[in-house]
Design a protein around this ligand. Structure first.
Ligand SMILES: [Zn+2]
Length: 417
């Protein structure tokens, strides 16, 4: 057989093995498939089935070997080739030697249990093996992506079960955040605070968890914790633990469908519960827009826990009223005041709001809506509440945290003063 024929046969039979792997995956088993071939004729196929059959030996290769041996009426499979989507384990490699398989062709490598070179190489041991030669890497990326997708789906399913979604709410799919720039942080979720009633709330938690210096960053309309991405590294570098929640209805938090949900009392109480459940004391709250209103409300609600409030709220500008009943484009709203915003950043602000159904919070807190929270024209100066205004900071409209390190340094100087 000339080389090109061999290659095209390998591709043909590996595709059959991939089909078997897909059957396994569809049945909830790890997607691995195998076929046994003699003289171009398929004698047996197998898909991985240990869970369904309560059989630890029911790997795809063993299932295919059994089928081929039954078809031949012989436990020796002389002259047979075996195709499998994943590098065989030691058990399967041993069975292939016993069956006198001539040639083993596999797809993806298995760094954890592979016995054809990854962990051990049964086929290279001449004391054990006088028959089979093993070759890997045929359609390797297709075989590997089957496994990769399968495990990604399992993880997503597990996360979904851990945080079931309420019927009156929506959850932005993780993939919508794939292109978000400069936001490398692991998500943290909470859904067991009674006030949340099962809604999943997302927050960033960076820096030393043992640090007794905590800064709580609160975004407002129409942003999410992404707003603080440029400040977080500076604050962490200065030794602070930085916690930045996405208010319910925003960012990676669940989104109740009804605008009436978004009262200041609900958001205040959910943040009080978060602060209490995390055991935070002496927290400095940095708020922007509605976030600074919430910060002041928190200071009144749990004064013993709040060490200070910094409202990043320059003089109010008139925001464009938008079109009634149509949710505003969050990216466009920020871009109006932050002229250097890139396309990717604009996209990131809009990412949580997949379609109109996800936008109840935007509708509720839209400056023109009747549910919008009242805005202080100037900040109440309680004993600790202070405002860093546009006069003392770089002018980037309502969205000061966008100025990044510059604001962070002035903020730190302010807190530490
Ligand atoms: Zn195996």
């Amino acid at each position: 057989m000339i080389e090109a024929d061999l290659m095209s046969n390998d591709l043909h039979f590996m595709r059959m093995a991939i089909e078997q792997a897909q059957y396994a995956g569809a049945a909830g088993e790890v997607p691995v498939g195998a076929v046994v071939v003699k003289d171009g004729v398929v004698l047996g196929v197998g898909c991985n089935a240990p869970i369904r059959t309560h059989d630890p030996s029911a790997h795809a290769e063993i299932v295919a070997l059994r089928a081929a041996a039954a078809a031949l009426g012989n436990y020796r499979l002389d002259g047979c080739d075996l195709y499998v989507t994943l590098e065989p384990c030691a058990m399967c490699a041993g069975a292939m030697l016993h069956a006198r398989i001539r040639r083993v062709v596999f797809g993806a490598m298995d760094p954890k249990t592979g016995a054809a070179g990854s962990v051990i190489n049964v086929f290279a041991n001449n004391d054990l093996n006088h028959h089979a030669r093993a070759e890997g890497g045929v359609l390797a990326s297709s075989c590997a992506s089957l496994l990769h997708d399968f495990f990604a789906q399992k993880r997503a399913e597990k996360a979904r079960l851990a945080y079931p979604l309420r019927e009156d709410a929506l959850r932005t799919p993780d993939r919508c955040f794939d292109g978000v720039p400069d936001y490398p942080w692991a998500p943290h979720y909470v859904n067991d605070l009674p006030i949340l009633g099962g809604l999943r709330m997302h927050y960033l938690d960076e820096g030393l968890s043992g640090s007794n210096r905590t800064i709580l960053c609160l975004h407002g309309y129409p942003t999410w914790s992404f707003l603080f991405r440029k400040m977080v590294p500076s604050l962490v570098a200065a030794g602070y633990r930085v916690i930045a929640p996405d208010l319910v209805g925003f960012g990676k938090s669940d989104k109740p469908k009804k605008p009436e949900f978004h009262t200041m009392a609900f958001h205040r109480d959910s943040l009080v519960a978060l602060i209490q459940s995390m055991g935070l004391y002496d927290v400095v709250i940095v708020g922007q827009g509605e976030g600074s209103e919430l910060a002041k409300a928190l200071e009144q609600a749990v004064p013993g826990r709040i060490g200070g409030v910094v409202a990043l709220q320059p003089q109010q500008k008139n925001r464009s009223p938008g079109v009634p009943n149509r949710p505003p484009d969050a990216g466009a709203v920020v871009a109006e005041q932050v002229p250097h915003l890139s396309e990717a950043e604009r996209f990131a602000y809009q990412a949580p709001f997949v379609d109109a159904g996800y936008c109840a919070a935007l509708r509720a807190l839209h400056p023109g809506s009747k549910t919008a929270w009242p805005k202080a024209s100037h900040l109440d100066t309680t004993h600790s509440a202070t405002a860093l205004t546009a006069a003392t900071l770089a002018q980037v409209g309502d969205f000061l945290p966008e100025a990044g390190d510059e604001v962070a340094q002035k903020l730190l100087a302010h807190i530490q003063a």
